[in-house]
Design a protein. Structure first.
Length: 109
């Protein structure tokens, strides 16, 4: 990815979203949009097609897994990195197609 590309962060915790988006990615030149729930993420991704989606598994309302299924059904082909809290990595690894989703641990969560 190159600076200037659009990254969608789907994270309900504002502190984590701020750390990843404003403090880490924006200084590198990426355009960052943060949404706190799956419904907003689906709407944004359909309208904008971000270069990358960073998504938490544990979202209010629709789950992260259901969100990814909905994005796939709508033809959104953006790569996804799933943010999984400690203890969720097995669930993450077994829940998503490996060719499209990468699961990473969120240290300290």
């Amino acid at each position: 990815m190159a600076p200037g590309e659009q990254i969608l962060i789907v994270e309900s915790d504002p502190d984590i979203a701020d750390l990843i988006g404003r403090q880490s990615l924006q200084p590198l030149g990426y355009q960052v949009t943060v949404v706190g729930d799956a419904a907003s993420a689906i709407k944004f991704a359909i309208q904008t097609t971000p270069s990358l989606i960073l998504a938490n598994l544990n979202l209010p309302g629709l789950s992260g897994k259901d969100m990814l299924a909905a994005l796939n059904a709508q033809g959104v082909k953006s790569p996804v990195i799933v943010i999984a809290e400690k203890g969720q990595e097995v669930r993450c690894d077994s829940s998503f197609p490996a060719w499209r989703v990468r699961c990473d641990l969120l240290a300290g969560a």
